[in-house]
Design a protein around this ligand. Structure first.
Ligand SMILES: [Zn+2]
Length: 497
């Protein structure tokens, strides 16, 4: 049978600057057979699709694979161009027997707030009501009525940070193959849960309520689910229908699917308190505490400027607080600012630099900081991930500079690189274990590697578009009541027995 496969993925933060086609080209934007050539054997949903289709002897018809890192909503032009290529590819594929779509589930465009829902709806319109459409999504997806109405099944990641991309693709493709060969009839139920929780608690590599929730989801497989997903939505989406989503798929048993979905929804709702329970410290308070500690490094997470959450990494708020604290121990901090990196290069190593730094893109949330220091390194830099899921992946930082301001070392990058891996600093000869304070711009993923070397981790309450102090962000489009805005909200998940 002929199975159409495609990917169009980006996680949008509606408070961040727009994402363009260039941002997709910066990661991958490929068409036709190149999709198979480039993604086969990688940790991707597409690779999972291909494994299962091959095992079942079906033919994969690759349309496109497009992925951009987290950022603002897609510009209207980017959305029209990318979806146009997708729909064109499906039209020209002719008669097909099934569709496997890899979407993010939290993609927004300026002209379509439920972009993934609109995409599935259009694909459904093109292929007709009889052709199954199995969709995979990130567990930070926002599940909506439109997505559910038009997809045959939706399967989400079951790990965070996400390392099960290939397995998720395989789960979706197995359900499609079972349906096509007549041995299975996947039956999906879903429920929204009116809650949003901070991203920094969404990790499953440490014991806690989040890991419990994901394990309870997987546990539903033993109770008769053939697939189940806890969509714990990322919180920076100022859109209607925002909230957690529970999906359970059973073997032709609607009643069981509904019951298990209620059970998962109840587990989500009952976890809301522990999942919201985070301590966010103001930067000056955290810095003072960290400098007083006898043992370093203390890792300060400036998550409001998290580059994995769509923020530009260009806030200098923590740098300003560090300068004000006049630390007598080594402190490492980063700011994405291409203009300052260029200025440092023109000054040269050993020269003095005096300039405003930061807030070029996040100016609505923070202000630039006046710095005076010395350029101690300048050049184009990169590193390779040593963390799970991304191990070996090369991360471009563009033209960089290291500036010395007393004991503070400022790593200035031109690109908003992920700061989650200690290699981010090590690649420019800054050693996190030799510092008293290390600043990262990440919610969850940095804990995977920094847990082992940090004497303590503190989360900061800084201004920024990916703040975990979500009630402070300028939401206007969300449906209320919604937890944690409405703390007294009562929610009934339905019958669980
Ligand atoms: Zn995610």
């Amino acid at each position: 049978m002929k199975i159409l496969i495609a990917e169009l993925k980006q996680e949008s933060n509606t408070f961040a600057p727009l994402t363009t086609v260039e941002d997709f080209k910066g990661f991958h934007l490929i068409y036709g057979n190149e999709v198979i050539e480039k993604l086969q054997g990688t940790n991707s949903e597409i690779a999972g699709f291909l494994n299962v289709l091959k095992a079942h002897g079906h033919q994969a018809i690759p349309v496109m694979a497009a992925f951009a890192v987290s950022g603002g909503p897609l510009s209207a032009q980017a959305y029209e161009y990318l979806t146009g290529r997708l729909y064109e590819g499906i039209h020209s594929a002719g008669k097909i027997d099934g569709v496997l779509l890899s979407l993010h589930g939290a993609m927004v465009s300026v002209n379509e707030l439920d972009a993934d829902g609109a995409i599935i709806e259009k694909v459904r319109e093109i292929v007709g009501s009889e052709v199954p459409i199995m969709v995979t999504m990130d567990l930070h997806a926002n599940i909506t009525q439109k997505k559910i109405t038009n997809a045959t099944t939706i399967s989400g990641f079951r790990t965070c940070p996400h390392i099960d991309l290939i397995e998720t693709g395989e789960r979706a493709a197995r359900m499609l193959c079972g349906l096509l060969d007549g041995t299975s009839k996947p039956t999906m139920a879903w429920q929204k849960v009116p809650m949003v929780t901070p991203a920094c608690k969404q990790i499953d590599f440490k014991p806690g309520p989040y890991r419990d929730l994901l394990q309870a989801t997987i546990g539903l497989d033993d109770e008769g689910a053939i697939d189940s997903s806890a969509f714990t939505v990322q919180p920076w989406l100022d859109i209607p229908e925002l909230g957690y989503g529970a999906i359970v798929i059973t073997e032709n048993d609607d009643q069981l699917a509904r019951k298990l979905t209620s059970k998962l929804a109840k587990k989500m709702w009952d976890s809301r308190g522990p999942l919201l329970d985070i301590e966010l410290l103001l930067a000056p308070v955290a810095i003072e505490k960290a400098l007083k500690k006898s043992l370093g490094p203390v890792v300060l997470s400036d998550l409001a400027d998290g580059t994995g959450a769509g923020s530009p990494g260009d806030s200098s708020a923590v740098l300003a607080a560090l300068i004000a604290a006049r630390p007598d121990k080594r402190c490492l901090v980063s700011v994405c600012d291409a203009e300052v990196a260029l200025l440092a290069a023109s000054i040269g190593v050993g020269g003095e630099i005096s300039t405003l730094i930061g807030a070029k893109k996040s100016f609505a949330f923070s202000s630039p900081t006046q710095i005076t220091g010395k350029v101690i390194r300048s050049g184009v830099e990169h590193f390779r991930f040593t963390q799970k899921g991304y191990n070996g992946m090369r991360v471009e930082m563009g033209l960089c500079a290291v500036l010395e301001i007393g004991e503070i070392r400022v790593l200035v990058t031109s690109l908003p690189a992920f700061t989650t891996d200690p290699q981010f600093y090590r690649c420019v000869d800054l050693e996190p274990t030799a510092a008293q304070i290390v600043v990262v711009k990440s919610h969850a993923q940095f804990q995977d590697s920094y847990d082992a070397i940090a004497s303590e981790i503190m989360f900061l309450d800084t201004p920024g578009m990916s703040s975990d102090n979500v009630a402070q962000l300028p939401f206007v489009n969300i449906d209320r009541p919604l937890y944690p805005w409405d703390r007294d909200l009562v929610f009934d998940a339905g019958a669980t027995e």
